[in-house]
Design a binder for this molecule. Structure first.
Ligand code: E4P
Length: 221
């Protein structure tokens, strides 16, 4: 299972990658807008401050323009940049073409099983179904993930489900339980995955008992 951070905030990326378990970073134009710098500057900064894959989304509509944009993005670091492309007919054509040169691709804005099937046939390395956005629109996201995973297994597709768009840890767990291979989450959710008040309470008690043990030994000596 791969865990990605869905952010372009450099401080968050530094903190997250310092722990060492992240596979990479995913971005989209809305995430870049939050970061507030040019796409090029943000890409350079992310590459410098992380050590995994970086998926950058194309914004062109037409196949030829998507290919030009993809090649520009790859020029930053062809080994670490992956191309994230929305699942339109032109996008699917670009995914298939990029696959021929072993470029890592992520078919994004996936809201249905049929889009997941098309992306897998095109040879996408990953698909990004948007869990929270599905649930906000009355789609049973968990059923969609289960269905995609079953179809991928039955057809021996190598495409991985990299689920995206989460608001809470519970959504992340339900999605993984339903069959997502991987997830991309915000830094806040990444931190939430560690947090548990009982862990804090236990650590506090261990620290107190450690002090008490040392006191006890001192008294005996
Ligand atoms: C990542 O691939 C998606 O672009 C992103 O997770 C969408 O998430 P949102 O619904 O929180 O904007």
């Amino acid at each position: 299972m791969d865990l990605f951070l869905d952010t372009a905030d450099i401080e968050q990326i530094k903190q997250g990658f310092d722990i060492g378990i992240l596979k990479g970073v995913t971005t989209n134009p809305s995430i870049l807008l939050k970061a507030g710098k040019s796409r090029s500057d943000t890409i350079k900064a992310i590459l410098e401050n992380s050590n995994g894959l970086l998926f950058v989304q194309t914004v062109s509509d037409k196949y030829r323009d998507i290919m030009i944009e993809a090649n520009e993005l790859l020029s930053f670091d062809s080994k670490r940049i992956g191309i994230k492309i929305p699942v339109t007919p032109d996008g699917i054509k670009a995914i298939q073409e990029l696959k021929k040169s072993s470029v890592k691709t992520l078919a994004t804005a996936v809201f249905s099983t049929s889009q997941a099937i098309i992306s897998a046939i095109a040879g996408a390395d990953y698909i990004a179904p948007y869990i929270n956005r599905m649930e906000q629109n009355g789609i049973d996201a968990i059923e969609v993930i289960e269905e995609i995973r079953n179809i991928y297994e039955m057809n021996c597709f190598e495409t991985k489900i990299l689920a995206a768009s989460f608001r809470n840890v519970e959504q992340v767990i339900r999605t993984i339980k339903a069959g997502a291979h991987s997830v991309t989450i915000s830094y806040e959710l990444f931190c939430d995955m560690f947090n548990n008040y009982l862990t804090d309470k236990s650590i506090k008690k261990f620290a107190e008992d450690w002090v008490a043990l040392n006191e006890k030994i001192k008294i005996k000596q």
